[in-house]
Design a binder for this molecule. Structure first.
Ligand SMILES: [Zn+2]
Length: 305
């Protein structure tokens, strides 16, 4: 077993070819390699980050559900508010209101079009604490969020200069599946979180009933962009390697958002789905089918006294 055959999530293995799939955007063949120990899959070859251009941002790239322009212009007009509200609820449940009311320092890692930062700025507090917001990303939207909207947006170099334990809360929303070296990112997150801090991470579950049935035909297996594919075990193993501890949450609005997002180009179905999703049993059914709440978040263990 060569070094390249070590699993990028759990660090064990062996890793073996699971199958091949032709991209829908780049018409070439990609290989999916799976770990026998944890089920994590990575894609080869990696298409690089140049694929994230302006066409990608408007949904004309490998992901037809992306719409940075709409989110940047007004996140309230998109369905993302459902997801943002849900993530804020999860964070509020974790952070007890504190009498000191020290600012809660938040880093949105991979802040994209900035919807979550704007949502939080409009909210202004979490658990009774004022929010001190920072984003991390690169590209044209990161530049606009910095120059036009006045957010503190850090590039890779600036992020590396941030002191240890700078943040109470770090969000990594649908980011990690795009990165070929997930451990490196989680190590940065673990360094930047204060002991007792929370990581809110969302990514697809490749061992959900829906994913198992579809196999590599599963829509989330988009090899041009989704190069690190997790399941709950693999994600928990990656957290532990980075010095974090898995933290179970139950999503509601994030589940609703995931459904509505895929109906972006089908307004009639979207209206129907929006009505059906008002019923909690429907949300729980979809949650189980796609394994959304089965994917843990993480906390950085508090220092022992
Ligand atoms: Zn593994």
């Amino acid at each position: 077993m060569s070094a390249a055959r070590i699993c990028r999530a759990c660090g064990a293995g062996p890793v073996a070819l699971r199958g091949k799939k032709t991209g829908t955007f780049l018409r070439r063949e990609f290989e999916f390699h799976a770990c026998a120990a944890c089920g994590f899959m990575h894609v080869e070859p990696f298409s690089g980050f140049a694929i994230y251009d302006d066409a990608y941002y408007r949904g004309a790239g490998p992901d037809p559900y992306v719409d940075y322009a709409a989110e940047y212009h007004d996140w309230r007009a998109t369905d993302r508010g459902l997801e943002f509200t849900d993530l804020a609820r999860v964070a509020e449940h974790y952070f007890r209101p504190s009498a000191a009311a020290a600012p809660l320092r938040l880093l949105d890692f991979g802040c994209g079009a900035g919807g979550f930062l704007k949502f939080l700025r409009a909210r202004s507090s979490l658990s009774g604490r004022p929010l001190d917001l920072t984003g991390h990303d690169v590209g044209s939207y990161a530049e606009m969020l910095r120059a036009r909207d006045g957010f503190r947006i850090l590039d890779f170099v600036a992020l590396a200069r941030e002191p240890d334990a700078s943040y109470d809360l770090i969000s990594l929303i649908e980011v990690i599946e795009h990165l070929p070296e997930p451990l490196e990112v989680l190590q940065i997150v673990a360094r930047l979180l204060r002991p007792g801090g929370l990581l809110l991470l969302t990514t697809g579950n490749l061992e959900s009933p829906a994913a198992r049935r579809a196999g590599l035909a599963y829509r989330y297996c988009a090899p041009e962009i989704h190069v690190s594919l997790f399941n709950p075990r693999a994600l928990a193993a990656l957290y532990r390697r980075a010095g974090l501890a898995p933290h179970r949450v139950r999503y509601e609005g994030a589940v609703r958002f995931k459904v509505l997002k895929t109906l972006r180009h089908r307004p009639a179905f979207r209206a129907l789905a929006r009505a059906a999703l008002l019923f909690p049993p429907m949300v729980r059914l979809i949650d189980r089918r796609y394994g959304v709440s089965a994917m843990p978040c993480a906390v950085k263990p508090a220092l022992k006294a």
